[in-house]
Design a protein around this ligand. Structure first.
Ligand code: FMN
Ligand code: SF4
Length: 483
């Protein structure tokens, strides 16, 4: 029998009085290189809530989501990963055309009003590659499978004479036991069949993928310019997790056309994107990036790589570096038929969004990555602020991180979701009123199923007639705290 997992206690240490908060590092201001002044070191990192329209437009639900975070007055609020290219993908925000500017500016207005101007608003700019849902086995063989001579040869090794007719050959393959597939299909075909087809940055035979280094600097720059026109205080370039830019930076990027393989090759596009963005928006507009302190996959980039990447990015004059971990497709769980593979389901996903029941618990478990990156930067004379994230949820814990020089800002995603007012409560000496995240990742499960993200704890507060609900009856907005 497996031994019962010991539950890690929630970090405590008590909450500060209003006077102690005013003296703390957490609530000390910070000025970025761009000149932007942050009122404190408190940060709500990007979280996709699946609330945009199918076309990626801002909806009232999106406004409620960001307005509610702003009521808690974090120093920084980062709007969810927002697409810089027209790649199909559910109700995620978009910024790839000018027509999105007006809607995005409504988020800016809402956040300014709800936070009385205390919260600075960044938007995370993302590029991702097309991904197909896992197909029915028969559909894959009949529609997507491209028979080649190697498949015929493999069939002969099983003692089967392949039919010359293509449709008949597909049927022959389909009728065979699945256990033969590793012999008959290439690893890539097998993955397409079992997980759904997914483009990779290494697919240089695909003209669009081959051309990404030519397309993306302009796409990110134009998106950043739209963010600036919409009134955002800055942009965060999404160089983390499973997406295009992180894939270029990754050790798994074996492209041999100058845009991969060596560390210089892997850095070339991310640096070109920063250069294009900075040239377009000017030095007074904040430009930061989110990177991985560790890809947390076999053969992926490590903390050593991350330090090298951070130094190269710092040389460009970035305004901040936010550090995350993992969240890769490489070790994701096989999706069900009809669903898309989700990069937060494997070990690297757990590293990204750590949960209560994992050995060692979720609390502050990625801080050492930010700390090493920060000390490497400081040793080389770079002063750009580093943002830590992952299981941060108490005053004492965050104060220690800041005063120990492990990070310059502390980001809390799920704790801010559980109680968007928690920053304000801490600042005003009402910490005992905080609704604390249980780190079980119910919210992340909703994200995985592309359902509107909410917190399970919100539904413990009795709704009234005006309570906005999701189609399945969940509260869409965090309730105010009631004793
Ligand atoms: C529902 C949900 C959506 C997320 N979406 C994004 C995203 O769009 N971009 C991003 O960089 N991280 C995203 N994350 C990761 C968080 O920003 C954060 O790094 C992670 O949850 C760990 O922090 P925490 O322990 O404070 O929750 C998301 C997390 C959650 C729970
Ligand atoms: S659903 Fe659970 S993990 Fe997510 S914010 Fe709420 S309490 Fe935290």
């Amino acid at each position: 029998m497996k031994p019962a997992q010991e539950r890690v206690p929630m970090p405590d240490g008590g909450w500060p009085t209003a006077e102690a908060a005013a003296e703390s590092r957490l609530f000390a201001p910070l000025t970025l290189r761009s000149g932007l002044q942050l009122a404190a070191r408190t940060w709500v990192p990007a979280m996709v809530p699946w609330r945009a329209s199918a076309e990626g437009e801002v909806t009232d639900d999106v406004l409620d989501w960001y307005g509610r975070f702003a009521e808690g007055e974090p120093a920084v609020l980062v709007v969810e990963a927002t697409g810089v290219r027209a790649v199909a993908s559910g109700p995620l925000l978009r910024i790839h055309e000018d027509r999105f500017v007006a809607g995005l500016s409504r988020i800016v207005d809402r956040v300014r009003a709800a936070s009385c101007g205390r919260t600075k608003l960044f938007i995370q700019l993302i590029d991702f590659l097309p991904l197909k849902r896992r197909p029915e086995r028969a559909t894959w063989y009949r529609r997507f499978f491209r028979p080649e001579e190697r498949h015929r040869a493999a069939l002969r090794t099983l003692g089967i004479e392949p039919p010359s007719d293509l449709a008949a050959l597909r049927e022959t393959m389909l009728q065979l036991a699945e256990s033969h597939e590793p012999v008959l299909l290439s690893p890539r075909e097998l993955e397409d069949l079992r997980f759904g087809a997914r483009e990779r940055v290494t697919d240089t035979w695909n003209p669009v993928v081959r051309d990404l280094p030519r397309i993306l600097p302009d796409a990110f720059a134009a998106a950043a310019r739209r963010a600036q026109r919409a009134g955002f205080d800055g942009v965060e370039l999404h160089y983390a997790h499973a997406y295009t830019m992180a894939s270029f930076l990754s050790r798994t990027n074996t492209r041999e056309d100058g845009w991969g393989a060596s560390v210089e090759g892997r850095l070339k596009l991310p640096l070109a994107v920063i250069e294009a963005v900075q040239r377009t928006v000017g030095g007074a507009f904040t430009v930061g990036a989110r990177i991985l302190g560790d890809e947390a996959i076999p053969g992926g980039s490590t903390l050593e790589d991350a330090c090298e990447i951070a130094v190269a990015l710092a040389r460009t004059g970035l305004d901040f570096l936010s550090v995350s971990r993992g969240g890769k497709f490489d070790d994701a769980r096989q999706p069900r038929v009809g669903e898309a593979v989700y990069p937060y389901t494997g070990q690297s996903g757990l590293a990204c969004m750590p949960v209560m029941h994992m050995p060692g618990g979720p609390f502050g478990r990625n801080v050492h990555l930010a700390a090493r990156i920060r000390s490497t930067l400081r040793a080389q004379g770079f002063q750009l602020p580093v943002v830590a994230a992952g299981g941060l949820c108490s005053f004492e814990q965050m104060e220690e991180i800041l005063s120990g020089g492990e990070a310059d800002c502390v980001a809390a995603a799920r704790q801010s979701l559980a109680d968007p007012d928690w920053w304000k409560k801490m600042r005003s000496g009402r910490g005992h009123e905080i609704r604390r995240c249980s780190f079980t990742s119910y919210c992340e499960g909703l994200d995985q199923r592309h359902k509107q993200v909410t917190c399970r704890l919100w539904d413990r507060t009795r709704p009234d007639e005006s309570t906005r609900r999701s189609d399945d009856g969940r509260r869409l907005v965090a309730p105010p705290f009631t004793v």
